[in-house]
Design a binder for this molecule. Structure first.
Ligand SMILES: Nc1ncnc2c1ncn2[C@@H]1O[C@H](COP(=O)(O)OP(=O)(O)O)[C@@H](O)[C@H]1O
Ligand SMILES: [Mg+2]
Length: 219
């Protein structure tokens, strides 16, 4: 099944073209990597898929449903059932690890006992059992990364969007976490849309690499 369809999407910021007629189809279960230099439009693609912004022209569909077209959003982010790991992780500093993960579960009205079980399971999954009560500032970069991953995965998204999630880590940790993300993806089978500017990382993570340059997909 096709999870994401972008059809002739263009996006402008203050009259400047950030994306130029981008079409892209993402199949269920694939690990697609969007590769390109800073400023080429990678984050813009993820924000369009997630639903934080609308295309100025063109259309986007998620699992066969038209979610935005020509400047209008029909389905807001919280109804797209997608997970996002942001470049800066965007963990809430005032909440514990548990609180960060629980937030989305509460928003979905999941009852307390089930929330507790899901939090326990996902912390096990990312190797962070025992850290539930820490604040983000009390964790290393790699641990924060695992929490951001857990927070997204606990909601069982139909696709996980990851925006240069490892770029702030040193190379050794970066490579270790690549392996862990791949292990999780294999185990859980989620569709992955992974953004990076690093060729080696792209080759490691992808079942398919899409190269971008100046707002366009290169063929
Ligand atoms: N909110 C914004 N306002 C104005 N320009 C933006 C905004 N977001 C991105 N841009 C511009 O759009 C282009 C693509 O940005 P982006 O998608 O963030 O690229 P990447 O993630 O590949 O670095 C860049 O030229 C960037 O400066
Ligand atoms: Mg970016």
């Amino acid at each position: 099944m096709k999870i994401v369809g972008m059809d002739a999407v263009s996006k402008f910021y203050n009259g400047e073209r950030a994306l130029d007629n981008v079409s892209l189809e993402i199949e269920e279960g694939e690990r697609i990597v969007i590769l390109g230099p800073s400023g080429c439009g990678k984050t813009t693609i993820l924000r369009l898929i997630a639903g934080f912004i609308a295309p100025d022209t063109g259309a986007i569909s998620i699992a066969g449903e038209l979610v935005s077209r020509d400047g209008r959003i029909f389905t807001p982010p919280e109804r797209r059932n997608l997970g996002m790991v942001f470049q800066d992780l965007a963990l809430w500093p005032h909440l514990s690890v548990k609180g960060n993960i629980e937030f989305g579960l509460k928003a979905r009205g999941i009852p307390r006992e089930e929330r507790k079980r899901k939090i326990r399971e996902v912390l096990d999954l990312v190797g962070m059992a025992g850290y539930a009560d820490r604040k983000p500032a009390e964790l290393s970069g790699g641990q924060q990364q695992r929490v951001a991953l857990a927070r997204a995965l606990v909601l069982e998204p139909r696709a996980l969007l990851m925006d240069e999630p490892l770029s702030s880590l040193d190379l050794e940790l970066n490579i270790r976490l690549r392996k862990e993300i791949l292990r999780l993806q294999e185990k859980l089978g989620f569709t992955m849309v992974y953004v990076t500017h690093d060729r080696d990382e792209a080759a490691d993570m992808a079942t398919r690499v899409v190269s971008m340059k100046q707002g366009r997909i290169e063929v």
